[in-house]
Design a protein around this ligand. Sequence first.
Ligand code: Z5A
Length: 210
Amino acid sequence: MQGKLITVEGVEGVGKSTNIEFIAQRLRAADINVVLTREPGGTPLAEDIRQLLLTPRDEAVSETAELLLMFAARAQHINEVIRPALQRGDWVLCDRFTDATYAYQGGGREMGFDTIAVLENLVQGELRPHCTVLLDAPIAIGMARAKKRGALDRFEQEQMDFFERVRQAYLQLAQQQPQRFRVINAAQSLDLVQADIASGIEELLAQAKP
Ligand code: Z5A
């Protein structure tokens, strides 16, 4: 049986890394082989592209260059990791995927959704996430949580209005595709967030039963 692609999305600091581990544990407890990965990244070449994308630099980075690098990393990741895993029947759990491109490049950089949709079709063909967990919280909450870490990367140096646009683009996507998205209130305590996520996973597992 073909595996499933599950993605976790949200603005920085909302708890993606924390909760993706929790999701992986729940799926493994149900005897599912899980491949845990992330974007941009997930293969040696794609991780090199991630470094190019995140490193702050004096040179202005063209929005189109940024967009194409995101999809270059994704093409490699799909080819080397995601498709082979799905073909084996594994479930792929990915920390960010193309919804992040719609949200950050489409919303944050104000590039709109149309060009991204063209690249999505080119790079992914029919491949789309089966389910997307969107961790949503007011920007100030995510920023306060993320601030505890060290130096800021190139995206983290953006201003508040950039992240507001990112959040709104995510919510727009979730509204357009309610059957795929599960929106979780990530401003709650971690226990409550994980209780909501757990009930979503139970539904998924019930649907996946032969
Ligand atoms: N990007 C893009 O522009 N276009 C694309 O197509 C893609 C990506 C794929 C790298 O992403 C950047 O790439 C990203 C968008 C861009 N830039 N930004 N911003 P990333 O995923 O590697 O980086 P990130 O978003 O900055 O992730 P993060 O900061 O690591 O956030 P997180 O994983 O969501 O948070 P966390 O590390 O799980 O939690 C942060 C802290 O909060 C931590 O101490 C937790 O213990 C704590 N926490 C978590 N949940 C809670 C709750 N509920 N209560 C209290 N405390 C909590």
